[in-house]
Design a protein around this ligand. Structure first.
Ligand SMILES: C[S@@+](CC[C@H](N)C(=O)[O-])C[C@H]1O[C@@H](n2cnc3c(N)ncnc32)[C@H](O)[C@@H]1O
Length: 220
């Protein structure tokens, strides 16, 4: 198994951000919010935090699926937040979806939200334990948590095969990012170890397909 190779933490190169935001992730992102509903059928209201929200497609889909929730999205990339704000306004959801340009490490307070979600952030982070610790600090006891990310393949060749299979027609800049993200991602064992070290063993990991892991559960 190859070692993890970190990629740049923030996505703040304007060309990279434009290419990412122009990509159609509708099936993945809708799948993410529907998975939240499937995991937590009782959940219906409150303040929901999206860590590393990017161009806010997931906060928007979440707010549509949960019409009485407030969603707060944070991302440390100014161009991502700028595009996200346009999208939120266009969707007519500015009263329920708030975005902030902020590093997740710097989100202040404790027990301030009723649920946390995060898609495709963890592989950007040099210190994953800090992420799980922060997540636990921010949620109220009994809060649902859903975190999803890429799974690191066995080898650079296997990563290239995944890029060729799932991003065949994508622009080069996105294919490069996807490849680098796969190399920076964690394995199932690494995520399981992170959860055990942070005493978050109520959160369970699942491998829904050949390139993702998903962690879900209630945090007390
Ligand atoms: C691959 S994108 C995922 C965006 C979105 N969640 C989605 O599913 O489309 C990862 C995002 O995490 C952001 N990010 C990376 N490190 C961060 C940090 N320390 N705090 C906040 N955001 C961060 C990047 O700027 C980028 O927008």
């Amino acid at each position: 198994m190859m070692d993890r190779i970190l990629e740049p933490e923030l996505m703040d190169d304007p060309a990279q951000v434009d290419a990412y935001a122009a990509m159609d992730f509708s099936a993945e992102n809708q799948g993410f919010v529907e998975r939240f509903k499937e995991y937590f059928p009782e959940f219906s209201e409150g303040k929901v935090l999206d860590l590393g929200c990017g161009p806010a497609d997931i906060p928007i889909r979440f707010a549509k699926l949960y019409p009485i929730c407030q969603v707060l999205g944070i991302d440390a990339s100014a161009p991502m937040i700028q595009l996200g704000e346009q999208a939120v306004k266009q969707a007519g959801l500015a009263d329920r979806v708030t975005l902030r340009c902020e590093r997740y490490e710097e989100v202040a307070g404790a027990r301030i939200v009723d649920a946390v979600m995060s898609n495709s952030l963890l592989h950007h982070l040099p210190n994953p334990l800090q992420f799980w610790q922060k997540l636990r600090q921010l949620v109220r006891p009994g809060a649902p948590v859903l975190v999803m990310d890429l799974l690191r393949p066995e080898s650079p060749e296997a990563a290239q095969t995944i890029v060729d299979r799932y991003a065949a027609g994508a622009p080069d800049i996105l294919r490069r990012d996807f490849y680098n993200s796969l190399l920076a991602a964690f394995t199932e064992d690494e995520v399981t170890t992170q959860l055990a070290r942070m005493n978050l063993t109520r959160l369970l990991i699942d491998i829904p397909d050949d390139r993702h892991w998903v962690v879900g559960g209630i945090v007390y």
